[in-house]
Design a protein around this ligand. Structure first.
Ligand code: FAD
Length: 409
């Protein structure tokens, strides 16, 4: 049995940054990692370039995690996007901001981010034990200690941090193990669900549009009621719908829901109807495909919309029947698609759900049930939009836990 002051489960960004914020010379700390190396998911983040955070005021971040605004405030303000950039730049890794607001290391290498974290740990005297899968944890009341059983040696720890991630991309090591440990200690797990994931719709007929990205208005309907709407870039792939607007929306979507797509995101259906009637009357000799491309719709998409509206693409405006006109207006401004399923954990970038926030102190990330048990990162019931918000959460929560343990243990 190896005795430690702090055991951290998981060497993703949350676990690594927790370790960096604990003074390893004062508190004997180890990170247990089941894989043979650290940060496997961090390394593939942002297509290997690591979209580490987002620009702007930290107050703008609060709306990027669904309805968790109140819970997040303290932790995000405690270690902001600016703090994150400063942390890396001070250590020689400059950051750059894309036009979209996404922040990446200038080198565009996630590996450089990971190396700075690993160097920081080394300097801090915190070791990562690889190939060490935590199998079970017990709490000894009398000793006020955790017994951590692993595939290698067993550990006894005064403080335990669960930073084992969610369930997405299981081959990176995140397979929901932290949920099992937390449940054992009486914590409720909000049902995990794959999010930031593409959507498969019934009778997908856009295979040939693969690679086309368009700005759309997207609304979500359930039982004939509108639940949410948003605007953003949607990508057609050969099998499903993707792109930032779809990925961010996936958090709210269930199979069977209806998506209504407005390809003219800045126009509403009724307003557009009048415009179309006028245009078709005034420009009767115009080809219908020219009329559509004048709406700034990519040609291939325009042809598809004409086809599914039952119109031959060589028709001129004067030849369009009233029925065809109505179908065209509907398909341009309110195309109805039924969601068949969401991409599974092998495609989803993030897991929504996880350890119930009501049972975790929002300032210290400590369990409300067991003293000295902490959580950080995606294992908690927090998931952010695309754009760097998830890695920011991993860092901010790791910072909160590390600092608290450091000052209070
Ligand atoms: C393809 C992809 C691209 C992404 N791109 C971005 C991006 O650009 N920007 C962004 O903000 N977010 C991105 N994300 C999300 C982001 O990577 C995660 O939210 C973040 O890595 C979560 O950090 P974490 O430390 O909480 O968990 P993880 O990174 O999942 O790390 C958990 C660690 O715990 C270990 N572990 C699990 N169980 C055990 C156990 N029983 N014993 C020991 N170790 C264990 C795992 O092996 C793993 O190393 C992306 C995700 C994916 C899949």
């Amino acid at each position: 049995m190896i005795k430690k002051d702090v055991v951290i489960i998981g060497s993703g960004p949350a676990g690594l940054f927790t370790g960096i914020n604990i003074d390893g010379r004062k508190l004997d700390t180890v990170i247990l990692e089941k894989k043979s190396s650290a940060g496997k998911k961090l390394l593939i983040s942002g297509g290997g370039q690591c979209n580490i955070t987002h620009s702007g005021n930290i107050s703008d971040f609060l709306d990027k995690y669904g309805d968790k605004k109140r819970y997040l405030r303290n932790t995000l303000y405690g270690f902001t996007n600016e703090d994150l950039v400063e942390f890396f730049e001070k250590r020689g890794l400059e950051m750059e901001i894309e036009e979209s607001g996404k922040i990446f290391p200038k080198t565009r290498k996630a590996e450089d981010v990971l190396n700075i974290l690993l160097n920081g740990l080394k300097k801090n005297n915190v070791k990562v034990e690889y190939n060490t899968q935590v199998l079970d944890v017990e709490y000894k009341d009398k000793l006020e200690k955790f017994i951590v059983k692993t595939s290698g040696k067993d550990y006894e720890a005064k403080n335990l941090v669960i930073a084992s991630g969610g369930k997405s991309y299981p081959n990176t090591g995140s397979t929901g193990d932290g949920f099992t440990v937390a449940e054992k200690f009486g914590h409720k797990i909000v049902k995990p669900k794959p999010v930031l994931t593409p959507m498969y719709v019934k009778d997908y007929s856009f295979k040939n549009l693969s690679g086309i990205s368009v700005k759309v208005g997207l609304s979500l309907w359930r039982d004939s009621k509108k639940i949410k709407e948003t605007i953003g870039d949607m990508l057609f792939t050969h099998i499903n719908l993707s792109g930032p607007v779809v990925l961010d929306f996936s958090r709210y979507v269930n199979p069977g829901d209806i998506l209504k797509i407005n390809f003219l995101h800045d126009k509403n259906k009724e307003f557009f109807r009048k415009e179309v009637i006028d245009s078709l009357q005034n420009y009767g000799s115009k080809y219908i495909k020219t009329f559509i491309s004048d709406l700034n719709i990519p040609n291939r998409l325009g042809e598809k919309i004409i086809e599914i509206s039952g119109i031959k693409k060589d028709k001129i405006c004067a030849e369009i029947t009233k029925d065809q006109r109505e179908k065209l207006i509907e398909n341009l401004t309110e195309m109805n698609l039924k969601v068949d399923r969401l991409g599974d954990y092998h495609l989803a970038m993030v897991t929504s759900g996880g350890i119930d926030l009501n049972e975790i102190n929002r300032k210290t990330m400590e369990s409300k049930f067991i003293k000295n048990l902490y959580f950080a990162g995606e294992v908690m019931d927090i998931d952010g939009d695309t754009g760097g918000y998830n890695i920011q959460w991993a860092f901010s929560s790791g910072y909160a836990v590390g600092r608290f343990i450091n000052e209070n243990a």
